[in-house]
Ligand binder design. Sequence first.
Ligand code: ZN
Length: 527
Amino acid sequence: MSYCLYDAYGYIGDLASNHGLTLMSAYVRKVAHEPQVKQFFEEGYAPITKELIAGLKEIHSPDKDIADTIDNLVNLLARCDSVAIISDGTGIESPELTIHRGTHEIGGSCVELCSSSGATRIIIDIGLPLVNKDMSPFEWSIHRKSTLPQLLEKKILPSVDGLYENDKPAVTAVVLSHAHLDHYGLLPFVHADIPVYMSVGTKSLAEVSNAFLNTNVKLDRVKTFEMWQTFQIGEFAITPYLMDHSAPDAAAFLIEADGQRIFYTGDFRGHGRKGVLLDRLTKDPPPRINYLVMEGSMLGRAEGLYPDEASVEQAIRDVFLSQKGLCYVFTSSQNLDRLVSIYRAARHSGKTLVVDLYTTFVLDKLGVLSKSVPQFNWEGVRVLYSYYHAQKLAELDKALLYKYKSAKIEFEEIRDNPENKVLLAKDNRYVRNIITELKDSGKALAIFSMWHGYLERGDLEQFLEPNSIPITEIHTSGHAYINQLQMLANALKPRWIIPIHTFYPEKFRNMFPNVMQAEDGETISLC
Ligand SMILES: [Zn+2]
């Protein structure tokens, strides 16, 4: 639902200033189900109730002008029987924000911004859900063969006019924050005529996922952006900010149109290898932010034993140093920070890091981002070829198989000398076969270096136990802790904070005075 309170210029005077109207419309959204508000919209006036006054009083603003405006409004209403806002016939032109999905969940992010003229519509992120309605893990494999109308029917695809292949294209562009599937996994359904913007690193990872994970994302219409370089899409000016996250080259966006300035954080943190980015952003923030659309993944989640990537590297190194057998490290090959930590820990403990062809390709593609990304031809890195990965790589470019050959390691070499090897592992049949074959080597150990939830969902622990391989968890989150969310919000000083990418949007109210909680599919006028 979209509400716009019209300017009652000359009737309520400055009480109907933009600030007052914004606050009124926020309040109305919050209590839209209340009968007096319904009456207000149907009949143009509503009785003033204690609840209405209390509701307005509940809205606190750190901005003194806004706080004074709302105080004046409350004082005026307290002396009246009913409230009507009289329009002078001029609507307030404002851009609109719709969070199609993500107001009450982590994953499946999809945000729309529409300019006040309606001529420019952009979609920021178009992700696969991570959970079903009943909170059980979402399994894409179950739905992969569904048709587009079926996916819309099942609400896996959020309902967005003019976005998908079965529709006449009416969206100006799609802009992606980073290469996690819960932010771009539904891109294959977007109409081929709609351009897609992403960072260079995001594009590289999308290419790798296409080759190895069958993500089927068409990348020929992709336009890449440079961090901190403003680009224009129709009436929107967009400035990407490089953020610290578990996906490399992740962006937040400052989006400007019609005098409104919106900051969309995407996923971020301040405790990875690029934690300094959050410090820099908070020390030199973009000014005059009206709306901050901020992720809150860590609300309701424990912070864990390892506060940052440095402590993860240290802990992994300690395990490697004390370990006399083969070390399996289960992690994501697309978490570059973690790959660097594992490589550095292996070097420090004199062990060789053995990676698969998929990981080798990721490292090769992303080497352009940073000189610290380990490469197949670095000392202490070897590549274990599997038939499946070799086939996938050959389909893409046969020459790559030869390129990586100098670092190739045979299985027998690991079997004969497991004590000085670290094997970067995935929980799949191939790795399980290796574990089974090597079980007599003894003294092996596994490190699980991913979100704990993935361990809970599978049966890896049960598989390792009879193989006498103990498993230890060493991980730090890809998402901002509560103090980091506060740090960013305090620096940006937005008029309103809109929670996204969280299971607990209501917890934002305990942290900030100016929260505007949205519902999926609800359109908010940014005025
Ligand atoms: Zn992410």
